[in-house]
Design a protein around this ligand. Sequence first.
Ligand SMILES: [Zn+2]
Length: 481
Amino acid sequence: MSSQKQFIEESVNSLSEKTRQIARKIWEYAELSYTEVFSSAELIKAFEQEGFEIESDIADIPTAFKAVYTVGTGKISCGILGEYDALDGLSQKAACSSREAIIPGGAGHGCGHNLLGAGSFAAAVSIARYIKENNISARVVYFGCPAEEGAGSKQFIARAGYFDGIDFVYTWHPATMNEVQSKGSVAIMGANFTFEGTAAHAGGSPHLGRSALDACELMNVGVNYLREHMLDTARVHYAYSDAGGTAPNVVQDHAVIKYEVRAPKVKNMQELFARVVNIAKGAALMTETAMNYEVTMAFSDYLPNKTLAVIADRALKEIGAPCWEESDYAFAAEMLRTYSKSTLKDIKERLGEIFPPEGLDELMAKPLDSVIHPFNMNEKTYESGSTDVGDVGYATPAVNINIATACLGNVGHSWQNTAFSNSETGMKGMLTAAKVMALSAIYTLEDPDAIQRAKQELKLKNGGKYICPLPDYVSPPIGKY
Ligand SMILES: [Zn+2]
């Protein structure tokens, strides 16, 4: 065992009880985007106890913060990301395999961000202990990042320059499998399109009316024709947020439609968004209405920094999968059985693409990932979702590690996920993730050549500078998202 690994194992094990307690507290608070007051305070208190310096309310987001630990002049700076926001409607009893909300309709940690925030805490503290013990001139910075499920925070933190001078970043996400994430995730931009027309009696004087609702519908028709001429991996979604009223006999003089545009790279996304704007202009021209739009959110695409991914892959293999016990397997099997027959069939099929077919029945009976899936250097596909981690990856070399905290095949953003996120299974995954991140960071800190290569790789991607996809007028939508 490498001495670094031994140090990290001991450090994270010694932090186990404290880290579990933080994860449980954040899980109980279950605070939604930008309202994570108690959750961020819980983490800040724990970092202060470990001798970190705190800067709170960063990038004009009250629940965003950074916690910094410096040794010497802090020559190399390592970043660790933490999240702690919950999801609406996913309240659920801890480690409970039947649907039982604690507060019906209330919020719950259905994406496991309580584990994410707490696990990253244990990683950051362990890195701090290591650089102190070995007197390495370095700095570890934990970024407390709210609202990943809302309009995000990391792009605002990046735009405010908080990643300038950070040499590299590691993060993780609770998952069903153990891997350094090879797949990218796509860029996204969301905007509200408002049309203004003229009201009139739809029966008596229709010729005097100019319908904002017609404009929205023509915009949708235009976008439907656009769909044939976009990249396969691009997506355009829409929803009416104001259909202009409920009376069919009044020509609607106002209407608002919300659009979201996704594409593999931030550049593709911006080009596609501009085409959607042109269609909206066309719809306004056709209906003689006025159109304006306001961008509300945007994330850059995420692509793993391959130099860091190779290091993290090595660290993950050394640490190994979480050590599951029979009770974890039994709970996971019980949870898997909560899905319908057709979902289970689909899960089995998808697992068959990853695991050897002869072991599938056993895997469905003991559905916890106990192997490491190697990083795929040549992966070209994208996850269909989007994340604000993408913006961190455009500002500094960054990589995400997935660690199993739930049963194989488990569906994200589900009550099952809330139950796993405060279970022994979830906690074991969280502590494994802390070890993998800390060990990856230490190996990187001790390899200045790798840091240079990681930066060169970034330069090819961002041209040497992070450009936020959000227009300057967009500020964090605190209380509005
Ligand atoms: Zn998440």
